[in-house]
Structure formats: structure tokens, C-alpha cells
Design a protein around this ligand. Structure first.
Ligand code: FAD
Length: 226
């Protein structure tokens, strides 16, 4: 295992390199109007386009200019809650369903990126959940048991000594590693449509129309009807 040293915030500086969408300068008719070209808006656009809807997406900044393009770009089902915390709250069946939903989304996104050769630094990167002190060690053990109980087999645990060697950092009492997770440059990924390989297209084989709304212009000049 090796660590990747990258200043993720650097991606925010790259915003200056990217083009804005063309301005929405006249009234348009569409089936679905999506406000916001972050990962939610782009994903929603992809779903509606797939259903054959005429989709217009408006973005006030650049596509990916909000949280999505500035994020760490780690594609993982892991949220603020680890699997064992989900199991404790919702039981093993529901926890597995909650974990699987983003896994399906990740698979879809990764397939799109691969199929259309979108240059966004896609890298398969395992996750390493680390525990600090006695309670951290117990959390890692519980995570391991939970992963087994819901049917995962790709996990591997590390003790304090091996973690010291692997990540060169002291103080972690245990760790659990699992796969199925990736890293991307999220801004490059979301901007793929601008640089010639549209992400919506790659997810659906069809286009959505993208426009920029300009907050200084009158709303009647940039209306999308539906
Ligand atoms: C520092 C940081 C790191 C993160 N790291 C990760 C990570 O590694 N992995 C992960 O899965 N999640 C991560 N997240 C969370 C993730 O970034 C967000 O959950 C996700 O980006 C939300 O996407 P979104 O499309 O809902 O919102 P956004 O990406 O914010 O998109 C909303 C868009 O709507 C536009 N907009 C807003 N109002 C209007 C309007 N009136 N008209 C037109 N456009 C408008 C905005 O300009 C913006 O582009 C991170 C978040 C932060 C802050």
C-alpha cells in the first residue's frame, strides 16, 4: 500500500481554466429543468435523459463549481457512519441496503468514466478505516464482524505494529481495509462535457443541454419553461 500525496484544494484553482456553459439568453421549453450542475444535478440529468426527457440544466457558476468539484473526490459508500454504526441503528439487512446503494452509483460512474475514457485521474483506491486507542480498536473489530455478517469478504485488518510500518504514523491501534472505492479529480470528471466527453452522455448515451444563468441578468431574459 502506498499513500498518494495530493493537495485536493488545488483542484479549486483549476476552476479558472474551465469554460462556463453558454448563457441562457432566450426562453426554452423542456420536460425537466435542473438547477445546479453538481454531482446531484448531473446524475439527475443523466437519469431523465435516459428516460427520453428533454432536459435543461442551468448552473450559476461552472459545472462542478460547487461542493462537488471542490470535494476530495473519494468515491466510497462510507459516509459519516461506518457499516457497524449503520447495523447498530438499522439492523444488518437495512445497513447492507444503505451501503449497497452508493456502491451501485459508484459502479455506474466508474463504468461511464472507463467506457468514455474520461481523463479525471480515476484510481482504484482501497479504504482504510483507522481506530485510535482502545475504543478505536473495538470499533475496527466491530466493523470487521459487521462486514462479515452482511456478507462482505474483501476486508483485511491491520494491527498497531503493521499500521506503523504501512502508513508511517503512530497512534493508530487498528485498521480495516476494504476495496470497491476510487479516487477521482471531481472537477475534471464533472467538466468532462466541456472538454469533449460529456459525462451525461457517457452515463446515458444521450445529451442534456447545459446553460449558465447569470445572476446579473433579468430573469425574463433567461427563462427555461417546462
Ligand atoms: C471539503 C469537502 C470534501 C468532500 N469530499 C467528499 C468525498 O471525498 N467524497 C464524497 O462522496 N463527498 C465528499 N464531499 C461531499 C460532496 O462534495 C457533496 O455531498 C456533493 O458534492 C454535493 O453535490 P451537489 O450536486 O448536491 O451539490 P454541489 O456540488 O454544491 O452543486 C450544486 C450546484 O448548484 C449551483 N447552484 C446553486 N444555486 C443555484 C441557482 N440558484 N441557480 C443555478 N445554479 C445554482 C451551484 O453553483 C453548484 O454548482 C466533500 C465535501 C466537502 C465540502
Amino acid at each position: 500500500m502506498s499513500l498518494v500525496h495530493q493537495n485536493w484544494w488545488f483542484t479549486t484553482l483549476l476552476i479558472k481554466q474551465f469554460k462556463y456553459c453558454p448563457p441562457l439568453s432566450k426562453s426554452l421549453k423542456c420536460d425537466v429543468l435542473i438547477v445546479g450542475g453538481g454531482v446531484s444535478g448531473i446524475s439527475a440529468a443523466a437519469e431523465f435523459v435516459k428516460q427520453g426527457r428533454n432536459v435543461v440544466l442551468i448552473e450559476r457558476n461552472i459545472v462542478g463549481g460547487g461542493s462537488a468539484g471542490r470535494s476530495a473526490g473519494f468515491l466510497t459508500p462510507d459516509s459519516e457512519l461506518e457499516l457497524h454504526q449503520l447495523v447498530r441503528r438499522y439492523g444488518p439487512k437495512a445497513a447492507r441496503e444503505i451501503w449497497d446503494a452508493p456502491l451501485r452509483g459508484i459502479e455506474r460512474l466508474v463504468n461511464g468514466i472507463k467506457n468514455f475514457d474520461i481523463q479525471c485521474g480515476l484510481a482504484e483506491q482501497d479504504s482504510l478505516f483507522l481506530g485510535l486507542g482502545k475504543s478505536g480498536k473495538e470499533a475496527v473489530e466491530e466493523e470487521m464482524e459487521c462486514r462479515k455478517s452482511v456478507g462482505f469478504t474483501d476486508q483485511q485488518t491491520y494491527d498497531e505494529q503493521s499500521l506503523k510500518t504501512i502508513i508511517g504514523s503512530e497512534g493508530f491501534s487498528a485498521g480495516i481495509r476494504y476495496g470497491g472505492t476510487y479516487g477521482i479529480n471531481p472537477l475534471l470528471c464533472l467538466q468532462a462535457k466541456i472538454i469533449g466527453k460529456p459525462l451525461v452522455f457517457s452515463l446515458t448515451n444521450a445529451w442534456a443541454k447545459f446553460y449558465q444563468v447569470d445572476s446579473h441578468r433579468k430573469t425574463e431574459e433567461m427563462r427555461a419553461e417546462f
